[in-house]
Write a protein that binds this ligand. Structure first.
Ligand SMILES: *Cc1c(COP(=O)(O)O)cnc(C)c1O
Length: 358
């Protein structure tokens, strides 16, 4: 299916973004991020034209998708005049790293609760990459013993916030568990509009968008934004965190949450949620051969760095789409960042380095 961007879509964009005007938001993102063709990778795959939306280049604190999401969380924080922000995540959390960077930029103090999510105790994993940067940004670290208890992690985070309040601070908590308003997804509703303007300006055609589906904020925001703007480009979410039958209701409820915040009708139907978990095994944060191949091919052909947890896995799913596509198709990979993790996962990447001598 060929999707052309009509002038109506652009008009809808200003309308939809008008609904954003009353929402508290803090400007953090370098945008628009580049929309580029990956010519060498396209040739290598001998099929479709492969494009990339460079959301690894959102600027702040080494970049990534969370910068767009944090504009709305920091908006909420500033609305209550918070002086402290709290977040929970894995040792190599990009979200925690970028929350710490955003806190530096906006003058807040940042507390990070570290969950033991990936059973990997290599010294690099524990000290390099994202955690190194979070410490550089001056975040205060706490520890939480398990990695699969979202409610429990939030409860302990709330306890820390209560203590801070008693000390006279004004804390704002970024929750991990499901059921809180999807503020972060709004960043990707806005990104959908940005993408459509670029497609229109550059006169290019995109037949399908492929994006990581983790918490689902990015996936749901993009899908919602495109549909609310009247654009029917299919959006495929590559499961990086949980299987598709568990992810689907999360995406749907994020979409309902966005509709509620913006006070418009939810334009996303259940059938419109396209998820693929073919490359998820053996599980979150664990490398497999398809992920290694995807990281390798993208670096070698385009000089673009992918991370082992999110974007490497998403590229593996994207390359599967490319293999099944027609030569005339145009597929877009949404690069969501994550590059600092490469240094923490050096041990996992070592096997491919020896394949790379030219
Ligand atoms: C968090 C993250 C994702 C997943 O985004 P969600 O909005 O949580 O689904 C993808 N890529 C990178 C690099 C991330 O840090």
């Amino acid at each position: 299916m060929r999707v052309q961007i009509s002038p109506d879509v652009i008009k809808n964009a200003s309308c939809l973004l008008g609904a954003f005007d009353d929402l508290p938001r803090v400007s953090l993102t370098h945008s628009p991020t580049p929309l580029e063709l990956m010519p060498n990778l396209s040739k290598k795959m001998q099929g479709a034209q492969l494009w990339v939306k460079r959301d690894d280049c959102t600027g702040l604190g080494m970049g990534g998708n969370k910068v767009r999401q944090l504009e709305f969380y920091f908006g909420q924080a500033s609305a209550i005049k918070a002086d402290t922000i709290l977040i929970t995540g894995a040792l190599q959390s990009n979200f925690a790293r970028l929350t710490a960077a955003s806190a530096c930029k906006t003058g807040l103090q940042c507390h990070i609760q570290i969950e033991e999510r990936v059973p990997n105790s290599s010294p690099l994993y524990r000290h390099s990459g994202n955690i190194l940067l979070s410490r550089l940004y001056g975040a205060i670290l706490h520890s939480f013993p398990t990695g699969e208890d979202e409610e429990g992690a939030d409860r302990q985070l709330e306890e820390i916030a209560t203590k801070l309040k008693a000390e006279g601070k004004i804390p704002y908590v970024i929750h991990l568990s499901h059921g809180h308003p999807p503020w972060g997804a709004l960043g990707y509703v806005a990104a959908a509009s940005e993408l459509l303007e670029q497609i229109d300006r550059d006169k290019c055609v995109i037949d399908e968008v492929v994006v990581a589906s983790g918490s689902g904020a990015t996936h749901a925001g993009l899908l919602f934004g495109l549909r609310a703007l009247g654009c029917s480009i299919p959006v495929r979410g590559i499961c990086v965190r949980r299987q598709k039958h568990l992810q689907r209701p999360r995406i749907f409820s994020h979409c309902q949450g966005i509709a509620k915040i913006l006070d418009i009708e939810n334009p996303v139907s259940d059938e419109d949620i396209d998820l693929n978990d073919d490359v998820l095994a053996p599980g979150y944060g664990k490398i497999n051969e398809a992920v290694l191949e995807a990281i390798n091919l993208t670096a070698q052909n385009e000089g673009i760095v992918l991370d082992p947890v999110y974007t490497g896995r998403t590229m593996a799913g994207f390359l599967n789409c490319a293999r099944q596509s027609e030569k005339t198709d145009n597929l877009l990979f949404f690069h969501t960042g994550g590059q600092p993790a490469v240094f923490a996962y050096e041990d996992d990447l070592t096997p491919i380095l020896s394949r790379n001598i030219k």
